[in-house]
Design a protein around this ligand. Sequence first.
Ligand SMILES: Cc1ncc(COP(=O)(O)O)c(C=O)c1O
Length: 456
Amino acid sequence: MARYAAYPETLEFESRTQKSRDLFKKSSILVPSGVHSNYRLIDPYPIFCVRAQGDRIWDVDSNEYIDFNMAFGTMLAGHANPEVISAATEAIQHGTIFGFEPASAPELSSIISSRFHLDMVRISTTGLEGTLNAIRVARAYTGRSKILKFEGCYHGSHDGLLVSVKPSEAAAGDARQPNAVPASKGVTSGALEDTLVAQFNDLESVELVMQKNEGGVAAVILEPIAMNMGFVQPVKGFLAGLRKLCDKHGSLLIFDEVKTCGKFYHGASGQFAVRPDLAVLGKAIAGGFPLSVLGGRKEVMESIVPGKVSNAGTFNSNPLSVAAAIATLTRVLKQDEFLRLSRLSGDMGRAYRDTLVDAGIAGNVSWLGPSGALFFGRGAVRNWRDFLRCDVGLWWRYYLSMLNRGIIPCATGPDEQWSLSVMHTEESVQKHIEAWKGVLSRLRGDAPKMDLVEAV
Ligand SMILES: Cc1ncc(COP(=O)(O)O)c(C=O)c1O
């Protein structure tokens, strides 16, 4: 790494984070690349954290940050939310896992089913498992093998969908009918053959790929808001158009709501009024405890039958995560909170956009609900090809500069987004905006100029 080592922001960051640097060096001896999840690695090294509370997080060098990463959007309930901690503490007194269904699980199934409009559900642990099981169920139900995904969307670290996650333009080829590009060495040619790729926000691209594979597409899977290429919202009619195309071609529609389920009270399917056949929920629903959900239409979910269609996990519906999820969904993530967060996040989005306009810097900002993202570069970002045109180097300088001012502005990477939690206040948001203004005035000499800033 160390691509940005010479920038003043990097030097300042290093001077404030000596203990993190030492831990990173130590960790790198035993741990590949020094981190336990690839997405945590940054240049020059990640901070190591010791404590988090509300909307704050502290690193090992005693730096305090206002946190807008919130564990990649997982901590919508806020760090160490007392309601969640007390429910989990109560649950842990009675054992951590039973190897049988916990008596609390049916209550959670019912809460999730009615809130997210899912006829039936299975509760597991990670988002990865959710999407992996979703495509297996879709294949079993339809008797077809191919899965259509979108360039730039991420659905967890499993071979079947580790395809065209962040491909280069050269490898990806034609934007309308993109090549399936492995996102990791080790992904088999079999996995690539079974994974088709289309362009996000482009129904013609989907139709083309589906026609070419007529009768072979088991399911179309997507993030309803693409949140692994920043914050790319579906253009009007895109989700409804996908619903129609899936019905026309006999394929299932799968919404990967691992991120979006925490952004709107009824998830993205409720927000955009499009009902998928299957949905996968994760991250925010258990207040920071590991829990994911595969749910959907009854007749599709009923394909899961022991000995016929596999869906299993030792830690599935463990009583700790179940208790945390019940508390999170019933006592913390209430409908009026989403309105407040949407307003606060809108203040941030507008402030980002207006300051870019005032400074005459090429960039755009996309926001909805409690999240949004900033892109440096010309033109709105509507798909992965647009994202590739963004100035990623400048973005990292912005990110490190914000860290140096005590703000973690968003999740780690230009392809991520900011997330507010119920613990964020107007004051925290104002501090974020002030820091951004300071950073912008420092970076403006190096930023591309333009006379138009587009907000999506
Ligand atoms: C949209 C989406 N789906 C699935 C996953 C995988 O979830 P997990 O990391 O819990 O396996 C992620 C992770 O960031 C994600 O963003």
